[in-house]
Design a protein around this ligand. Structure first.
Ligand SMILES: [Zn+2]
Length: 396
């Protein structure tokens, strides 16, 4: 039997499509005399659109051919793609255990086995194999890519930095923004542990490699605020506002808190007004509205908000306006606005939050690494309602 012919059919069987199968059949049928019977049984199933049966026939035939390394490698890879991780692992473990493999075959089998372990969640085992396999030129890049995913999952940020730097010099890929995020992760851990000097040095490293790293600037402000330097914190955050137009909404809350602690909320109000000269961001409008409202200037807050949403309509702005009017109406026993407030509130909730530019993941909190696609620096505040996007509720 010639097993390579059966390999030709595997991708056809794995993907579906009568037309593609028929074309392949017409092309290869001319060489019928050289093909094994399993090939034609598999093709018959394909032509009848019974793709699972076709795949089973071909896989069973190929499994008989234990001696051909390429066949076993292809089979193992196919099992993994179909989610049959135990079956894939068995095939690759048997290959690795063979003594007659040449060095390239052995390393390829180890790399496949590392991918099986990764899929099975056995990250330590996968890591050990990848470190061994990565020493070979041909497999270095894919091995390093997988290692990077493992270190991210295990939150081993020092190792992730080393691998990302190696990958950058290997293929010229620009990973500076990602490496800066790894430094920010280290800084975050140090802040939580109260090791502020270390946090400061990690933040400096993040900014050294990516001077535009907004997360590092925000952390630097937090670090100063934690240590009582609220003026310094405000300066850092204001600097972030100047260089980034799409700031997370949380930043105004941080700035307000520091101004409150040093008893200078008037300066906060002036800062918001200055920012609103060049921006119509509804989060800034709402921040100033809240500031006026909490300063016992409810009428002024309402008039300001009404004026802004007249010139720049916004669902969340309208919702806040209805809330304020409802409170006044309830005070005089009129609750007709209640239903409208609920309705607009549900729409505003749907439209608020953050969205990944890469995969469309939406969530209520800012993620520096998207939980959906695992890309870094791809999340922005939602500007538009987007149909068909998914939320954290769909994922977890
Ligand atoms: Zn994403």
């Amino acid at each position: 039997m010639e097993p390579y012919w059966l390999l030709l059919l595997l991708p056809i069987a794995a993907a579906s499509g009568w037309y593609g199968a028929r074309r392949s059949f017409l092309h290869i049928a001319r060489r019928k005399e050289t093909l094994p019977s399993a090939y034609f049984r598999g093709l018959n199933f394909l032509l009848n659109e019974e793709h699972d049966k076709a795949l089973e026939v071909l896989v069973r035939a190929l499994e008989q051919d234990k001696d051909t390394v390429e066949v076993q490698l292809a089979l193992g890879s196919l099992f993994r793609k179909r989610g049959e991780i135990q079956r894939a692992t068995r095939v690759h473990q048997n290959l690795v255990a063979r003594t007659q493999l040449d060095n390239d075959q052995k390393l390829q089998a180890l790399y496949e086995l590392a991918q099986d372990y990764y899929k099975a969640g056995l990250l330590d085992r996968a890591e050990n194999l990848l470190v061994e396999v990565g020493a070979v030129d041909e497999l270095e890049e894919p091995a390093q890519h997988l290692l990077l995913q493992i270190y991210e999952q295990e939150k081993e940020w020092e190792n992730a930095i080393k691998v990302a730097r190696a990958l950058g010099s290997l293929n010229g890929q620009n990973l500076e923004g990602v490496i800066a995020q790894y430094y920010c992760e280290l800084a975050e851990n140090a802040i939580l542990e109260g090791r502020y000097d270390i946090a400061n040095s990690r933040i400096s490293e993040a900014l050294l490699i990516d001077s535009n790293c907004m997360r590092a600037v925000i952390q630097l402000g937090r670090l100063k605020a934690i240590q009582g330097d609220h003026r310094g914190a405000i300066n850092e955050w204001t600097r972030a506002i100047d260089s980034h137009t799409d700031l997370p909404g949380e930043l105004t809350e941080l700035i307000r808190n520091s101004y409150r602690i040093i008893g200078q909320l008037d300066e906060y109000s002036e800062l918001l007004k200055r920012m609103l000269v060049s921006s119509d961001d509804i989060r800034l409008v709402l921040a100033l509205t809240e500031h006026l409202y909490n300063s016992n200037d409810e009428r002024k807050a309402e008039a300001f908000l009404l004026d802004r949403i007249r010139s720049n309509p916004s669902i969340s702005g309208l919702h806040r306006l209805i809330q304020m009017r409802l409170l006044r109406a309830q005070a005089v026993g009129d609750t007709d606005l209640g239903l409208l407030e609920k309705l607009i509130g549900s729409i505003a909730t749907e439209e608020s939050g953050y969205e990944c530019r890469h995969c469309g993941f939406r969530g209520k909190v800012m993620h520096w690494q998207c939980p959906g696609c695992k890309h870094w620096n791809t999340t922005n505040a939602c500007r538009q309602p987007r149909r068909g996007s998914y939320t954290s509720k769909d994922l977890f």
